[in-house]
Design a protein around this ligand. Structure first.
Ligand code: BEZ
Length: 210
């Protein structure tokens, strides 16, 4: 069965470049990003992993634990990590899972009509409650935009903390929208400086701090 938004992210035990990890214990109480890449020693993956390592301070600031995954052997991960450092200027600084295919199948990361063995580029953002908050799937040939993943995490964290939603093309610092579930009475308490009521269902407010 496909994993849907709001489902509990399936637990697993995995060999990683940072030792054995039990997923639920590892992410306990934190946000997490679990992403697959099709294969070690491939060009797009090399750039993605190098860039994700560069973003570590940004993930840390947001209390996000990052884990990469591919169906490769642990020894191959270690050899490739050296290449990532040499070519991308940043060493791996998050665990890379060496999957035997079982986690990839559990998370539907293999799409047989695209390729029978390689994973697609899946991304799962998981909340501190271990529920799946976001799913993305890209083809192997298209590198993902990890700045966009940070942007979505900012939006998800604002919703979780402040009950605001983010409008089209929103970026950190721009105005946000009070979610429909918040009544005007409740909004007065949450946003004492007021809001711009464009329509009763479209209430724009300054972005609360993240
Ligand atoms: C890559 O990471 O460069 C890649 C992997 C599989 C298919 C196409 C590109």
């Amino acid at each position: 069965m496909a994993i849907l938004l709001g489902d509990t992210a399936p637990d697993f035990t995995a060999q990683t470049t940072e030792g054995e990890i039990r997923f639920h214990d590892y992410i306990d109480g934190h946000w997490a990003v679990l992403f697959s890449h099709p294969k070690n020693y491939t060009p797009v993956c090399t750039t993605e992993l190098g860039y994700t390592a560069k973003l570590k301070p940004e993930f840390d600031k947001r209390d996000v634990k990052v884990l990469g995954l591919s169906v490769d052997k642990i020894e191959e991960h270690s050899g490739w990590a050296k290449d990532i450092e040499d070519t991308q200027g940043s060493a791996l600084n998050f665990p890379l899972i060496a999957d035997d295919g079982s986690i990839a199948r559990q998370y539907d990361m293999i799409h047989p009509n695209a390729d029978n063995t390689l994973t697609v580029r899946s991304v799962f953002v998981i909340g501190p409650d271990k529920k799946v908050k976001l799913k993305l799937e890209y083809p192997a040939s298209t590198g993902r935009n990890f700045d966009e993943i940070l942007r979505v995490i900012d939006s998800l964290q604002l919703t979780a903390k402040h009950q605001v939603a983010t409008p089209v093309n929103w970026k950190n610092g721009e105005d946000v929208i009070i979610v429909p579930a918040v009544s005007n009475e409740q909004a007065k308490e949450k946003f004492p400086e007021g809001w711009n009521e464009v329509r009763p269902y479209l209430r724009i407010v300054k972005q609360p701090s993240l």
